[in-house]
Design a protein around this ligand. Structure first.
Ligand code: HEC
Ligand code: HEC
Ligand code: HEC
Ligand code: HEC
Ligand code: HEC
Ligand code: HEC
Ligand code: HEC
Length: 324
């Protein structure tokens, strides 16, 4: 996957650079609107750990140490070290949550015995997220959440996308946004995994080859904010549904509204005339035209190179003739 996003190719880079020049001013405005102001530096004497409640500090007195682990009933062994600094700077510690807000039922050591498999245990811990976030309920209505409740280990859960449960960061940051495509691609670019689940393959390479995807990968390499659509802008983040589900944000009659989030004038024709994932079955004509252009471009480039070669050969001959 990494390889695929990194191989630029001069033609692609040049094309995107041109497009970026055209949209340059808009992109900068967007970055500023998204909160580009520099964060105020904290006074150096302040340690974020001081802000943690006493109970959490007591938990961390053990859990900051290396080398301890828990073994689940399916034999999976997991390290129980928690990085105090990372936790202290997470959104949750900053909002005043302590360890026991999420880990209810653990007050002391020894802890109650663990009687679940790793997956069951993680899902139980993550049920807590829905106490405070509607994202939790939305997620369970979506394709991933439904498969997860049936015990499918191949779908993402909260921490697959938001990172370590003890270091969760705000989502409205350029860094989080820049990581979304890679997160989806970590599974959706795996054809074998997708075929095993009956999900269409080829969605990641086709995204990376279209306007939004090309621009997003270039901006990501530059570390800039990404205003163009990433996977979750069209599919949603939590209640992600199959495309033929009438409630899906990409269902044919909902698609224009999805585009209008960023293209205020988008009509049904704008939304549906263009094949998002280069689906040749649905859009044989578009596929055909794409191939036509590839061939024409190839022939033009070859012709151009041939022209240069002939021109140079001609000049060399002229020089030799004049020299003689
Ligand atoms: C005396 C050291 C010690 C203290 C204090 C401690 N833990 Fe643990 N914790 C462990 C060890 C060791 C494990 C590994 C499994 C085991 O031995 O139970 C563990 C495992 C865990 C687990 C993994 C699941 C489980 O139940 O085993 C969680 C969650 C956890 N601790 C949370 C906490 C919280 C929350 C606190 C504070 C209220 C805390 N711990 C205090 C040593 C400690
Ligand atoms: C916002 C909720 C939340 C808070 C606050 C929280 N945890 Fe957790 N913790 C989780 C979840 C969810 C998991 C399950 C692992 C996952 O989803 O990646 C987990 C897993 C663990 C584990 C098992 C090892 C692992 O990584 O799976 C330990 C040990 C643990 N937590 C200790 C702590 C300690 C100690 C604190 C306080 C410093 C704390 N937790 C604060 C949600 C939380
Ligand atoms: C497939 C990846 C993915 C999974 C799984 C996921 N999220 Fe998210 N989440 C995102 C993305 C991407 C955003 C950014 C906002 C957006 O694009 O809508 C987000 C935004 C959020 C936000 C802030 C905005 C809001 O909707 O409130 C919260 C809170 C949140 N997620 C919690 C969760 C919880 C809790 C879970 C588990 C039940 C979860 N997420 C599972 C990708 C995911
Ligand atoms: C007791 C309530 C509570 C629980 C439980 C909880 N959170 Fe949060 N969460 C908050 C608060 C408060 C914030 C910071 C304010 C905000 O941005 O909503 C926050 C922020 C977040 C954000 C960043 C949101 C943003 O807009 O940038 C994400 C992502 C998130 N939580 C995910 C999770 C996940 C995943 C879990 C379960 C492991 C979880 N939360 C459990 C209260 C909670
Ligand atoms: C951990 C792997 C993983 C990650 C990460 C992941 N997915 Fe999925 N996704 C799956 C699997 C597996 C399924 C099939 C679930 C099932 O069996 O119904 C699926 C189903 C889907 C579907 C429904 C397809 C259908 O035909 O039913 C869509 C759309 C989708 N994912 C989009 C996304 C997007 C967008 C992201 C990133 C925001 C993402 N996925 C992240 C593994 C993943
Ligand atoms: C600009 C909007 C847009 C973006 C960005 C986008 N998609 Fe899609 N996606 C669609 C539309 C529309 C469909 C359904 C129409 C079609 O089949 O082409 C679709 C279909 C899919 C499907 C098949 C769903 C099914 O039920 O058959 C998957 C899986 C998927 N996309 C994953 C992704 C992933 C992963 C990314 C990011 C790498 C992504 N999409 C980015 C609009 C988008
Ligand atoms: C998250 C915002 C976002 C979403 C959602 C989005 N786009 Fe875009 N798209 C952009 C940006 C930004 C550009 C580049 C600036 C421009 O030309 O407007 C762009 C450019 C394009 C372009 C090429 C240039 C142009 O303006 O003609 C097409 C075609 C396009 N989008 C189609 C779509 C379609 C179809 C959808 C819905 C399925 C969609 N977009 C959804 C942000 C988005």
């Amino acid at each position: 996957m990494k390889d695929r996003t990194r191989t630029g190719g001069w033609a692609r880079t040049a094309g995107v650079a041109l497009l970026l020049t055209v949209m340059g001013a808009g992109g900068a405005g967007y970055a500023a609107a998204r909160g580009g102001a520099p964060a105020q530096a904290a006074p150096s004497s302040f340690s974020p750990l001081d802000a943690l409640d006493e109970a959490s500090q007591a938990c961390l007195s053990c859990h900051e140490m290396e080398g301890m682990s828990v073994i689940f009933v399916d034999g999976i062994e997991v390290d129980v070290q928690v990085d105090p600094e990372a936790f202290a700077s997470s959104v949750h510690a900053q909002a005043g949550l302590g360890c026991q807000t999420c880990h209810v039922g653990i007050d002391d050591y020894p802890h109650p015995e663990v009687t679940q498999t790793r997956l069951q245990w993680v899902l139980e811990q993550q049920h807590v997220c829905a106490w405070c976030h509607s994202a939790g309920d939305d997620f369970h209505l979506g394709a991933h959440g439904r498969a997860l409740s049936l015990g499918d280990p191949d779908v993402p859960n909260c921490t697959t996308c938001h990172g370590d449960a003890h270091a969760i960061q705000p989502v409205a940051t350029p860094a989080f946004r820049a990581g979304i495509v890679d997160t989806c691609a970590s599974c959706h670019a795996d054809d074998e995994l997708m075929t095993a689940h009956g999900v269409r393959t080829g969605t990641v390479p086709s995204y990376l080859a279209e306007f939004h995807g090309l621009t997003a990968s270039l901006l990501k390499e530059k570390g800039a904010t990404i205003p163009v659509a990433v996977c979750s802008d069209c599919h949603g983040a939590h209640a992600i549904l199959p495309a033929d589900d009438p409630s899906s944000s990409v269902f044919v009659t909902n698609l224009a509204a999805t585009c209008r989030r960023c293209h205020p004038d988008a009509t049904n024709a704008f939304a549906t005339a263009w094949s998002m994932h280069d689906n040749p079955e649905r859009h044989p004509l578009v596929g055909g035209i794409a191939w036509f252009y590839r061939i024409v471009t190839g022939i033009s480039v070859l012709g151009f190179l041939g022209y240069i070669a002939l021109e140079r050969a001609h000049q060399r001959r002229e020089r030799t003739r004049r020299g003689a």
